[in-house]
Design a protein around this ligand. Structure first.
Ligand SMILES: [Zn+2]
Ligand SMILES: [Zn+2]
Length: 327
Protein backbone atom coordinates (compact mmCIF):
# COMPACT_ATOMS: atom_id res chain seq x y z
CA UNK A 1 0.00 0.00 0.00
CA UNK A 2 1.19 3.51 -0.78
CA UNK A 3 1.40 6.13 1.92
CA UNK A 4 -1.00 8.99 1.30
CA UNK A 5 1.29 11.96 0.58
CA UNK A 6 -1.45 14.36 -0.39
CA UNK A 7 -2.03 17.48 1.66
CA UNK A 8 -5.71 17.42 0.73
CA UNK A 9 -7.81 15.44 3.23
CA UNK A 10 -9.81 12.64 1.66
CA UNK A 11 -13.50 13.08 1.12
CA UNK A 12 -15.81 12.12 3.97
CA UNK A 13 -17.63 9.13 2.54
CA UNK A 14 -19.68 8.24 5.60
CA UNK A 15 -22.72 9.88 4.02
CA UNK A 16 -24.13 7.69 1.26
CA UNK A 17 -25.12 9.09 -2.12
CA UNK A 18 -23.47 11.71 -4.27
CA UNK A 19 -21.21 13.77 -2.01
CA UNK A 20 -21.92 17.49 -1.83
CA UNK A 21 -19.18 19.78 -3.02
CA UNK A 22 -17.35 21.13 0.02
CA UNK A 23 -17.17 24.94 -0.13
CA UNK A 24 -13.90 24.92 1.82
CA UNK A 25 -11.08 22.40 2.16
CA UNK A 26 -8.61 22.90 4.97
CA UNK A 27 -5.17 21.46 4.25
CA UNK A 28 -3.11 18.90 6.08
CA UNK A 29 -0.42 21.46 6.80
CA UNK A 30 2.53 19.21 7.61
CA UNK A 31 1.95 17.31 4.36
CA UNK A 32 1.50 20.57 2.46
CA UNK A 33 4.85 21.94 3.66
CA UNK A 34 6.57 18.60 2.98
CA UNK A 35 5.20 18.49 -0.58
CA UNK A 36 6.03 22.12 -1.27
CA UNK A 37 9.57 21.81 0.03
CA UNK A 38 10.21 18.62 -1.97
CA UNK A 39 8.75 20.17 -5.11
CA UNK A 40 10.93 23.29 -4.77
CA UNK A 41 13.98 21.05 -4.37
CA UNK A 42 13.00 19.01 -7.43
CA UNK A 43 12.53 22.16 -9.50
CA UNK A 44 15.93 23.44 -8.29
CA UNK A 45 17.58 20.20 -9.45
CA UNK A 46 15.88 20.49 -12.82
CA UNK A 47 17.15 24.06 -13.20
CA UNK A 48 20.71 22.95 -12.35
CA UNK A 49 20.54 20.16 -14.97
CA UNK A 50 19.12 22.52 -17.57
CA UNK A 51 21.82 25.13 -16.82
CA UNK A 52 24.57 22.49 -17.17
CA UNK A 53 23.25 21.53 -20.61
CA UNK A 54 22.72 25.12 -21.64
CA UNK A 55 25.66 26.54 -23.56
CA UNK A 56 24.09 29.94 -24.08
CA UNK A 57 24.57 33.04 -21.98
CA UNK A 58 21.46 32.27 -19.91
CA UNK A 59 23.12 29.38 -18.01
CA UNK A 60 24.28 31.55 -15.03
CA UNK A 61 20.74 32.96 -14.66
CA UNK A 62 19.42 29.39 -14.48
CA UNK A 63 21.92 28.54 -11.74
CA UNK A 64 20.95 31.63 -9.79
CA UNK A 65 17.28 30.71 -10.09
CA UNK A 66 18.08 27.19 -8.88
CA UNK A 67 19.78 28.71 -5.83
CA UNK A 68 16.62 30.66 -5.04
CA UNK A 69 14.43 27.55 -5.33
CA UNK A 70 16.78 25.70 -2.94
CA UNK A 71 16.63 28.58 -0.47
CA UNK A 72 12.82 28.48 -0.61
CA UNK A 73 12.84 24.71 -0.06
CA UNK A 74 14.81 25.37 3.15
CA UNK A 75 12.42 28.11 4.22
CA UNK A 76 9.35 25.89 3.76
CA UNK A 77 11.12 23.04 5.63
CA UNK A 78 11.66 25.52 8.49
CA UNK A 79 7.92 26.36 8.44
CA UNK A 80 7.21 22.68 8.80
CA UNK A 81 9.54 22.33 11.80
CA UNK A 82 7.82 25.28 13.45
CA UNK A 83 4.49 23.58 12.99
CA UNK A 84 5.78 20.39 14.57
CA UNK A 85 7.81 21.90 17.40
CA UNK A 86 5.74 24.96 18.30
CA UNK A 87 2.15 24.23 17.28
CA UNK A 88 -0.26 27.12 17.68
CA UNK A 89 -2.66 27.04 20.63
CA UNK A 90 -6.30 28.06 20.47
CA UNK A 91 -5.48 31.05 22.71
CA UNK A 92 -2.81 32.18 20.22
CA UNK A 93 -5.38 31.90 17.42
CA UNK A 94 -7.76 34.26 19.23
CA UNK A 95 -6.79 37.45 17.29
CA UNK A 96 -7.62 35.66 14.01
CA UNK A 97 -10.97 34.52 15.46
CA UNK A 98 -11.80 38.13 16.36
CA UNK A 99 -11.18 39.21 12.74
CA UNK A 100 -13.71 36.63 11.56
CA UNK A 101 -16.49 37.72 13.86
CA UNK A 102 -19.41 39.72 12.64
CA UNK A 103 -18.35 39.97 9.02
CA UNK A 104 -20.18 38.23 6.23
CA UNK A 105 -17.76 39.00 3.44
CA UNK A 106 -13.99 38.66 3.43
CA UNK A 107 -12.33 39.46 6.74
CA UNK A 108 -10.78 42.86 7.14
CA UNK A 109 -7.07 43.46 6.81
CA UNK A 110 -5.62 43.00 10.30
CA UNK A 111 -4.71 46.21 12.08
CA UNK A 112 -1.21 47.22 13.08
CA UNK A 113 -2.25 46.70 16.68
CA UNK A 114 -3.47 43.15 16.08
CA UNK A 115 -0.20 42.31 14.34
CA UNK A 116 1.86 43.89 17.11
CA UNK A 117 0.01 41.91 19.77
CA UNK A 118 0.08 38.52 18.02
CA UNK A 119 3.51 37.35 19.16
CA UNK A 120 3.45 33.91 17.52
CA UNK A 121 4.19 35.12 13.98
CA UNK A 122 6.95 37.43 15.26
CA UNK A 123 8.67 34.50 16.99
CA UNK A 124 8.14 32.49 13.80
CA UNK A 125 9.83 35.28 11.81
CA UNK A 126 12.89 35.21 14.11
CA UNK A 127 13.12 31.46 13.82
CA UNK A 128 12.73 31.36 10.03
CA UNK A 129 15.45 34.00 9.70
CA UNK A 130 17.76 32.01 12.00
CA UNK A 131 17.16 28.72 10.17
CA UNK A 132 16.74 29.69 6.53
CA UNK A 133 18.67 32.96 6.40
CA UNK A 134 22.16 31.56 6.92
CA UNK A 135 23.44 31.76 3.36
CA UNK A 136 21.96 35.12 2.47
CA UNK A 137 24.18 38.05 1.43
CA UNK A 138 25.45 39.99 4.51
CA UNK A 139 23.41 43.15 3.75
CA UNK A 140 20.15 41.18 3.46
CA UNK A 141 20.97 39.31 6.64
CA UNK A 142 21.77 42.54 8.49
CA UNK A 143 18.38 43.98 7.50
CA UNK A 144 16.59 40.84 8.71
CA UNK A 145 18.51 40.78 12.01
CA UNK A 146 17.60 44.43 12.58
CA UNK A 147 13.91 43.55 12.18
CA UNK A 148 14.24 40.55 14.52
CA UNK A 149 15.72 42.67 17.30
CA UNK A 150 13.51 45.69 16.66
CA UNK A 151 11.34 46.85 19.54
CA UNK A 152 9.85 49.97 17.93
CA UNK A 153 7.05 48.22 16.05
CA UNK A 154 8.83 48.20 12.68
CA UNK A 155 8.24 44.47 12.22
CA UNK A 156 4.46 44.77 12.73
CA UNK A 157 4.42 47.83 10.47
CA UNK A 158 6.17 45.88 7.70
CA UNK A 159 3.69 43.01 8.13
CA UNK A 160 0.78 45.45 7.94
CA UNK A 161 2.11 46.97 4.70
CA UNK A 162 2.60 43.52 3.22
CA UNK A 163 -0.89 42.27 4.14
CA UNK A 164 -2.50 45.45 2.84
CA UNK A 165 -0.81 45.03 -0.53
CA UNK A 166 1.64 47.94 -0.23
CA UNK A 167 4.47 45.77 -1.51
CA UNK A 168 6.68 48.62 -2.67
CA UNK A 169 6.93 49.87 0.92
CA UNK A 170 8.18 46.54 2.29
CA UNK A 171 11.87 45.70 2.59
CA UNK A 172 12.48 43.41 -0.40
CA UNK A 173 14.77 41.04 1.52
CA UNK A 174 12.27 40.67 4.36
CA UNK A 175 9.03 40.18 2.39
CA UNK A 176 9.37 36.44 1.80
CA UNK A 177 10.30 35.78 5.45
CA UNK A 178 7.48 38.00 6.70
CA UNK A 179 4.87 36.29 4.55
CA UNK A 180 6.14 32.83 5.52
CA UNK A 181 5.91 33.73 9.23
CA UNK A 182 2.45 35.26 8.85
CA UNK A 183 1.33 32.29 6.76
CA UNK A 184 2.45 29.62 9.24
CA UNK A 185 0.47 31.58 11.86
CA UNK A 186 -2.70 32.14 9.81
CA UNK A 187 -2.78 28.66 8.33
CA UNK A 188 -2.63 27.05 11.76
CA UNK A 189 -5.14 29.51 13.21
CA UNK A 190 -7.72 28.90 10.47
CA UNK A 191 -7.26 25.12 10.61
CA UNK A 192 -7.67 25.19 14.41
CA UNK A 193 -10.71 27.44 14.30
CA UNK A 194 -12.27 25.26 11.62
CA UNK A 195 -11.87 22.28 13.91
CA UNK A 196 -12.83 23.91 17.21
CA UNK A 197 -15.43 26.49 16.26
CA UNK A 198 -16.88 25.01 13.07
CA UNK A 199 -19.75 27.37 12.37
CA UNK A 200 -17.47 30.43 12.40
CA UNK A 201 -15.99 29.36 9.08
CA UNK A 202 -18.89 27.55 7.49
CA UNK A 203 -20.93 29.39 4.89
CA UNK A 204 -18.15 31.85 4.24
CA UNK A 205 -17.94 32.83 0.60
CA UNK A 206 -15.24 34.52 -1.40
CA UNK A 207 -15.89 38.07 -2.54
CA UNK A 208 -13.94 39.67 -5.34
CA UNK A 209 -11.60 36.69 -5.45
CA UNK A 210 -10.27 37.06 -1.89
CA UNK A 211 -9.94 34.16 0.56
CA UNK A 212 -13.18 33.77 2.54
CA UNK A 213 -11.21 32.88 5.68
CA UNK A 214 -8.48 35.51 5.78
CA UNK A 215 -9.08 37.97 2.93
CA UNK A 216 -5.74 37.36 1.20
CA UNK A 217 -5.49 36.77 -2.55
CA UNK A 218 -5.24 33.21 -3.85
CA UNK A 219 -1.91 31.93 -5.10
CA UNK A 220 -3.55 29.98 -7.90
CA UNK A 221 -6.34 27.62 -8.88
CA UNK A 222 -6.28 23.84 -8.72
CA UNK A 223 -8.25 21.29 -10.67
CA UNK A 224 -8.46 18.32 -8.33
CA UNK A 225 -8.32 14.64 -8.99
CA UNK A 226 -9.35 11.43 -7.19
CA UNK A 227 -12.61 11.71 -5.24
CA UNK A 228 -12.96 15.31 -6.33
CA UNK A 229 -12.06 14.72 -9.97
CA UNK A 230 -12.47 17.84 -12.07
CA UNK A 231 -13.52 20.20 -9.26
CA UNK A 232 -11.83 23.57 -9.20
CA UNK A 233 -10.59 25.26 -6.03
CA UNK A 234 -8.68 28.46 -5.42
CA UNK A 235 -5.84 28.12 -2.89
CA UNK A 236 -5.13 30.93 -0.41
CA UNK A 237 -1.65 32.42 -0.46
CA UNK A 238 -1.79 33.14 3.29
CA UNK A 239 -3.89 30.54 5.16
CA UNK A 240 -3.67 27.78 2.49
CA UNK A 241 -7.43 27.15 2.62
CA UNK A 242 -8.96 26.04 -0.69
CA UNK A 243 -12.35 27.37 -1.70
CA UNK A 244 -14.56 25.99 -4.40
CA UNK A 245 -15.22 27.95 -7.56
CA UNK A 246 -17.25 26.58 -10.45
CA UNK A 247 -15.02 26.08 -13.47
CA UNK A 248 -14.97 28.56 -16.32
CA UNK A 249 -16.20 31.26 -13.93
CA UNK A 250 -13.97 34.27 -13.33
CA UNK A 251 -12.63 34.09 -9.78
CA UNK A 252 -12.63 37.90 -9.51
CA UNK A 253 -15.89 39.13 -11.14
CA UNK A 254 -17.89 35.88 -11.53
CA UNK A 255 -18.42 36.47 -15.26
CA UNK A 256 -18.61 33.40 -17.48
CA UNK A 257 -18.99 34.79 -20.99
CA UNK A 258 -15.42 35.48 -22.05
CA UNK A 259 -13.26 32.95 -20.25
CA UNK A 260 -10.30 31.68 -22.26
CA UNK A 261 -7.50 29.23 -21.60
CA UNK A 262 -3.89 29.79 -22.60
CA UNK A 263 -0.77 27.68 -22.64
CA UNK A 264 2.38 27.44 -24.69
CA UNK A 265 2.14 23.93 -25.96
CA UNK A 266 -0.77 21.58 -26.32
CA UNK A 267 -4.34 22.21 -25.24
CA UNK A 268 -3.89 19.60 -22.50
CA UNK A 269 -1.03 21.46 -20.75
CA UNK A 270 -0.91 20.90 -16.96
CA UNK A 271 -0.55 24.65 -16.30
CA UNK A 272 -2.91 27.03 -18.07
CA UNK A 273 -3.75 30.70 -17.83
CA UNK A 274 -7.48 31.32 -17.36
CA UNK A 275 -8.33 34.82 -18.54
CA UNK A 276 -11.53 36.82 -18.16
CA UNK A 277 -12.40 39.12 -21.06
CA UNK A 278 -14.80 41.08 -18.83
CA UNK A 279 -12.50 42.25 -16.02
CA UNK A 280 -9.20 41.40 -17.79
CA UNK A 281 -7.83 39.45 -14.86
CA UNK A 282 -6.23 36.04 -15.02
CA UNK A 283 -5.40 33.17 -12.73
CA UNK A 284 -3.14 30.24 -13.44
CA UNK A 285 -4.80 26.87 -13.31
CA UNK A 286 -2.75 23.95 -11.98
CA UNK A 287 -4.28 20.76 -13.32
CA UNK A 288 -3.53 18.05 -10.78
CA UNK A 289 -5.62 15.75 -12.97
CA UNK A 290 -2.90 16.13 -15.63
CA UNK A 291 0.15 16.29 -13.35
CA UNK A 292 -0.34 15.29 -9.70
CA UNK A 293 3.17 16.51 -8.81
CA UNK A 294 2.22 20.17 -9.29
CA UNK A 295 2.37 22.40 -6.21
CA UNK A 296 0.73 25.78 -6.58
CA UNK A 297 3.36 28.15 -5.10
CA UNK A 298 6.39 26.26 -6.40
CA UNK A 299 5.06 25.65 -9.91
CA UNK A 300 3.69 29.16 -10.16
CA UNK A 301 7.21 30.49 -9.65
CA UNK A 302 8.57 27.99 -12.17
CA UNK A 303 6.10 29.11 -14.86
CA UNK A 304 6.61 32.90 -14.90
CA UNK A 305 7.04 32.84 -18.69
CA UNK A 306 3.29 32.20 -18.93
CA UNK A 307 2.65 35.31 -16.78
CA UNK A 308 4.79 37.46 -19.07
CA UNK A 309 2.90 36.20 -22.11
CA UNK A 310 -0.50 36.86 -20.50
CA UNK A 311 0.55 40.30 -19.29
CA UNK A 312 1.74 41.10 -22.83
CA UNK A 313 -1.85 40.36 -23.92
CA UNK A 314 -3.09 43.00 -21.46
CA UNK A 315 -4.32 40.71 -18.66
CA UNK A 316 -3.71 41.52 -14.99
CA UNK A 317 -2.63 38.88 -12.52
CA UNK A 318 -5.28 38.26 -9.83
CA UNK A 319 -3.11 36.00 -7.70
CA UNK A 320 -0.17 36.47 -5.36
CA UNK A 321 2.94 34.35 -5.19
CA UNK A 322 4.39 34.61 -1.68
CA UNK A 323 7.82 33.78 -3.09
CA UNK A 324 7.80 36.63 -5.58
CA UNK A 325 6.08 39.88 -4.58
CA UNK A 326 5.28 42.52 -7.18
CA UNK A 327 7.95 45.24 -7.16
ZN1 LIG B 1 -6.83 32.57 3.47
ZN1 LIG C 1 -13.59 38.68 -14.52
Amino acid sequence: MMKDQSDIPSLDKRIPGVPAIEPLIFPKLAALYARRSARLEALASRLVTDAAEDESSSAPAGEEQAGYFSFLAGLVAAQRRLLEESPLSLAQAEPVRVLLQGTKASPEVPSRQMLAEAVYWQDAFARLVAEAGVHLPPETRAGLDALVSDTSGALAEQAFLLLSGQYDRVDAGAAVFLWSALSVYWAQAIALLARETGELLHNRRSEGGACPCCGAPPSGALVLTGDREGLRYLQCSLCETRWHKVRATCSVCDATDHIDYWSFESTDAPIQGETCGDCHSYVKLFRLDRDPELEVSADDLASVALDSALEDQGFIRATLNPFSFPA
